[in-house]
Design a protein around this ligand. Sequence first.
Ligand code: AMP
Ligand code: MG
Length: 350
Amino acid sequence: MDTRIFKIDPEDIDIRKIREAGEILREGGLVAFPTETVYGLGGDACDAGASEAIYAAKGRPSDNPLIVHICEFSQLEEIAADLPDTARVLADAFWPGPMTLIVNKNQVIPHETTGGLDTVAVRFPSHPIANALIRESGCMIAAPSANTSGRPSPTQARHVIEDLKGKIDAIIDGGPVDIGLESTIVDLTEQVPTILRPGYINKHMLEEAVGEVRVDPGILGKENVHIRPKAPGMRYKHYAPKGNLKIVSGDREKVIEEINRLAAAGETEGKKVGIIATDETRDLYKAGIVISIGDRDDEYQIAHNLFDVLREMDECGAELIYSEEFSTPEIGNAIMNRLLKAAAHQVIEV
Ligand code: AMP
Ligand code: MG
């Protein structure tokens, strides 16, 4: 398949190109587009065939539901059944923005889009291109991240091109995304709103808006790997680079010493070694290909660069990858949640 590339400036949107992309969606085709979190692979959420095509293009298991993207608050009511008050409160507080709500669904969205579930994930994104595309297409857009299933999520159009060129109808290149981590998913079908996937909108922010919020125990870290996460997507190996990634955890100096030792040992064995460092530590490594993820104290920069760095590790052919651990008080566990999954929970404590 020939994949058309539309280059669109998010600050000066060429509406003719958006309309062409919208036309593709209306006809059942697939268009990848930027959002403020990561790039999404979009299809008409009401068209079962389009959802099936999304699963096929990504190689995604079809029991892993898609997020429905909307551009009006009223569209939430259009697709939900027995909407709780908390949905309106959270939508008012954080939409348009990087938060996804899980609510009971009615008949409007087919089961193909929701992976067979009677609930639906809904998000009103803030990215101007995403908004224009939803509006102009006249469709609510089902969109998972626009990567091949299992690979790091795409934060730039070139990541989407790498994974999906030739498999989908079009890609809108709107430049690098802003946040770089997928949306926070909040389940409103439980008594207490529950975070199923951590993201930029953290627990504290949600609590300020609705009161008590829980975190799904299935996503809380190594000691809970036996608990099944409620979001189907959080159960799969994910975000993984091709090399074997391990996280080295402990005091900064010991971490650097251990990574240097492991890197030297790997290279002696003839392996290509990659190291994920920070601006402050990058010059302290003596072997391996060292890539900085950004300033240690700027967790938003770390979030922004995380998936790109994992993909860069693939590009340089790293077979063994060692990463420092990052402290991220604001985004909470959103970054380490992705990194731990990418590393299949392999952590070396020093
Ligand atoms: P992605 O769009 O690639 O970020 O993936 C969407 C995420 O939302 C996956 O982790 C899904 O499992 C999760 N998700 C979507 N719909 C639901 C739902 N109805 N219930 C629970 N999790 C959902
Ligand atoms: Mg994804």
